[in-house]
Design a protein around this ligand. Structure first.
Ligand SMILES: *Cc1c(COP(=O)(O)O)cnc(C)c1O
Length: 827
């Protein structure tokens, strides 16, 4: 049986593609790449140029050629024919070809494949099954949450002859997708985690969504699910499309194959379960309901597979939390940290290294990596493979921690490596000065407690963080894109530190997702972005007279809003003839009455611009004063008319074509016919909108979270904090949280005006908010020190918080102080 790596000829055949250009006939294909940014020169890589509504992989082919990529799968015949000295396989659709190839590859392995689908919990069930099976079987599973039309074939491709079991997850967002994933995964056992609201907008009903998901099990031999989800149970019982699958369920209430009883303990949850008439017990070190559900799916699978109760109980007690996403945060002395302190298996190591190498803020790359704990492979081989992987990335420093890393350190010869027996040994030797101005990956198995390393590298002094979800940011961007005409470009406002979210990180994400322009308020903000390597054109809304030279040096494009700015900027350009004509943007005042040329000035402006060789007008624009509300529609319509009249005037006098733009976030939603060449997207990108209809499609990007420092019982009649206005009327549980007005938590929220979320309950502030701390009423919640607190985020609506304060979300977001650490979540 031939298996990967495949020869190019076989690979082309599996893709049903045409091997059009034959550059390296002896090449073997071993590594699939769909994201050109992740390219590292190594043997056997092939690039799939994927076309989507939003991007086209063919754009990156020339760049990859220069960087040494030797194999391509393309669907653009013209481009394909123009390439020389490389292998090019021509297909009609790269995703379909990738899926066909993966299905054939998968079919070569006769192993028990577990296919997991459902609305929530797929990744955790997959990772936990992996943790549970690893001690007995050589298992392979989808990396992270690779469960999409591209992620599933990439995961199935990883199956190799040494694997005894494969665990793959499948996620869909609309009808028609699951059939394609089923053909690839072909699960022997199917697990249906649960059904919820995710992606409901693309389905007619919950029933339709369940039906679609169930298609994963068309050819399965058995299906595991929770009997307590009545809709799921009903659909699985009506077996019209499930060939031969036997159903196995677990339940808290009803008769089921595994009937469970749950009891909360101090540090976790105790289960009693009856399976095949015998009582069995397990304990898991988690207390939340999602973990309880996820562990039961795993438990039932292990029971059906005949694992002993002892083996199961041992594995369950040792389950570790799953870091669903890589975290990124600022470290000491200008460094950037990528943090994954839970896992240390091979495939997640590769993903984490890729994420590290994508960082551009610093030029030095360091990885701190522990022994790999979960692997069925002989260590000799494993560490040789790991060294090969690390060599293929251009790391500057490797720090290996653990007895195995020390034992096999000679495998890493040639790399700049340091090796330590244990985390303690590393910390004993630690000097902050060794870790300045670097991009650093911290990745280790849970038992190494690498969070101690991230703590000192990030100088974490403070538990309060602003968590920024870059995947949601991308989703919001794509939703806005779906509202736009195909030729309308997006200019994103990243002023005020990207509305408090961190300008560089946001700009970098936007650059990758193909926005047209960025805009900042001041030249300084633009300079910071340029110095960090951002290439997109940047508009500066408030170019101060003193910053013109610097702006020209950094290719920042000013907004020209008055004759004085026009004159001074032209003068600055006189000294730099080589930069002529320099791009600028003309701002018209159409009724907002802030910056801009007034209607009566436009004849004169046109005259001056037409005779000015030093500048090129890229765009003419205006800003709406109240696009959000129908109450102001008369004003908005007036502004639109004024803008049209102004643009018409300027077009007569300026012979060169220029572009126009008018809409901000709310305008995009309310005035779809005014899109023009660009829209200027701000608040909606961060998932916030005052319009309920718009908001339904957006996801909040930032979360302000912290942890409880102390809880105490305070007797009736006592006061809380500084100058208490009111004494407690009854005995109260009071929690202290380490966030205060110096962090940007408005003092006006004190004395019951605002709330935070603790243990799923809304808890009001007690007394005045202090500079660095605040107190909340946690009576009846069971709250203890160390509990998580959400100040705003998914559950505590920022809009509501702003409304309580009689302000707008813009003010709250941009007031979060820089002392609050920003942590970025990547996909
Ligand atoms: C801030 C700003 C925007 C974006 O406004 P949102 O309401 O956040 O979408 C657009 N245009 C100009 C000129 C701005 O200053």
């Amino acid at each position: 049986m031939e298996t990967a790596p495949y020869t190019v000829a076989t690979f082309a055949e599996m893709l049903s593609g045409k091997w059009l250009v034959q550059g390296h006939k002896d090449e073997y294909i071993a590594h699939l790449l769909t994201d050109s940014r992740l390219f590292q020169p190594r043997q056997g890589s092939v690039f799939f140029a994927i076309r989507s509504r939003r991007n086209d992989g063919h754009k990156y082919v020339q760049d990859l050629l220069k960087r040494g990529m030797k194999n391509f799968v393309l669907s653009d015949a013209g481009l394909a024919q123009s390439l020389r000295d490389v292998n090019v396989i021509l297909v009609d659709d790269a995703v379909a070809a990738l899926q066909r190839m993966a299905a054939i590859h998968r079919s070569r392995f006769d192993i028990p494949v577990i296919g997991i689908t459902g609305s929530n919990g797929k990744t955790v069930v997959k990772e936990w099954l992996f943790q549970l099976l690893q001690r007995k079987q050589n298992a392979i599973r989808s990396p992270r949450s690779y469960n999409s039309q591209v992620g599933v074939p990439m995961s199935a491709w990883l199956i190799r002859p040494q694997h005894e079991v494969a665990i793959l997850e499948a996620g869909i967002s609309k009808p028609g997708e699951m059939e394609r994933l089923e053909k690839i995964i072909k699960p022997v056992t199917g697990i249906f985690t649960n059904i919820g609201e995710a992606h409901q907008e693309n389905f007619e009903s919950l029933a339709q969504k369940i039906e679609e998901k169930i298609k994963l099990f068309q050819n399965a031999e058995r299906i595991i699910y929770c009997r307590d989800q009545p809709e799921v149970h009903a659909h699985l019982q009506a077996p019209h499309h499930l060939k031969q699958a036997e159903l196995y369920s677990w339940s808290k209430h009803a008769a089921a194959d595994l009937k469970i009883k749950v009891e909360q303990g101090e540090t976790g949850t105790y289960f009693k379960g009856i399976f095949r008439e015998r009582e069995r017990q397990i304990f898991i070190p988690f207390k939340d309901s999602a973990s309880i559900e996820n562990s039961c799916h795993c438990w039932l699978y292990l029971l059906l597979e005949g694992f002993s109760d002892e083996y199961i109980a041992e594995g369950m007690a040792a389950l570790s939390p799953i870091a669903m996403r890589l975290e990124q945060l600022d470290g000491v002395r200008g460094s950037t940290l990528i943090n994954d302190v839970y896992n240390s298996d091979f495939s997640s190591l590769e993903i984490a290294l890729d994420q590290l190498m994508l960082q551009r803020k610093n030029k030095h790359y360091t990885a701190i990596i522990s022994d790999i704990m979960q692997s069925g492979e002989p260590p000799e081989l494993l560490y040789a493979k790991m060294a090969e992987l690390i060599r293929s990335k251009s790391l500057d420093t490797l720090i290996g921690i653990g007895p195995k890393m020390v034992e096999f350190q000679e495998k890493f010869a040639g790399l700049n490596g340091q090796f330590y027996e244990s985390t303690e040994a590393f910390l004993d030797d630690f000097k902050h000065s060794d870790f300045g101005d670097q991009n650093i990956l911290v990745k280790g198995a849970r038992s190494f407690a690498f969070e101690r390393i991230t703590d000192i590298l990030s100088e974490k002094t403070h538990e309060t963080i602003l968590e920024i979800d870059l995947e949601r940011l991308r989703d919001n961007l794509n939703y806005v894109r779906s509202l736009l005409n195909p030729d309308t470009g997006i200019m994103v406002m990243v002023k005020a530190f990207a509305y408090g979210s961190g300008a560089y990180e946001i700009a970098r994400t936007l650059e990758f997702h193909g926005v047209a322009y960025l805009a900042v308020a001041y030249a300084d903000e633009g300079i910071t972005l340029r110095e960090a390597g951002i290439q997109l054109p940047i508009l500066v809304l408030n170019p101060e007279l003193s910053s013109y030279d610097a702006m020209i040096r950094y290719r920042l494009e000013p907004q020209i809003y008055s004759f004085l700015t026009l004159e001074r900027f032209t003068k600055a350009l006189f000294a730099r003839q080589s930069d002529w004509p320099y791009p600028v943007h003309i701002k018209l005042n159409t009724g907002m009455n802030r910056l801009g040329f007034d209607p009566h000035e436009l004849d004169e402006l046109g005259k001056r611009l037409s005779g000015n060789d030093a500048i090129e007008v890229i765009s003419v624009f205006s800003h709406m004063a109240a696009s959000e509300s129908a109450d102001f529609d008369a004003l908005s319509r007036h502004q639109i008319e004024q803008f049209d009249a102004g643009v018409e005037k300027l077009r007569i006098q300026i012979s060169a074509p220029f572009r126009t733009h008018l809409l901000n976030s709310q305008g995009i939603f309310r005035f779809p016919d005014q899109q023009r060449d660009y829209v200027r997207l701000g608040l909606a990108l961060y998932g916030i909108s005052g319009n309920a209809e718009f908001r339904k499609h957006l996801k909040p990007v930032s979360k302000l979270i912290t942890t409880v420092s102390q809880v105490r019982t305070v007797a009736a009649g006592q006061g809380i904090g500084y100058s208490p206005k009111k004494m407690l009327s009854k005995e109260t549980q009071v929690a202290v949280i380490p966030v205060g007005y110096a962090d940007g938590l408005p003092r006006a929220l004190g004395n019951g005006i605002g709330h935070v979320l603790i243990r799923g309950k809304r808890c009001p502030f007690l007394g005045n908010i202090c500079m660095d701390m605040a107190m909340v009423d946690v009576s009846g919640t069971g709250c203890t020190a160390g509990d998580a607190v959400e100040v705003f985020g998914d559950h505590m609506d920022l809009y509501e918080m702003a409304a309580n304060l009689k302000t707008i979300p813009y003010e709250v977001l941009t007031s979060i102080s820089q002392r609050v650490k920003r942590v970025y979540l990547h996909q």
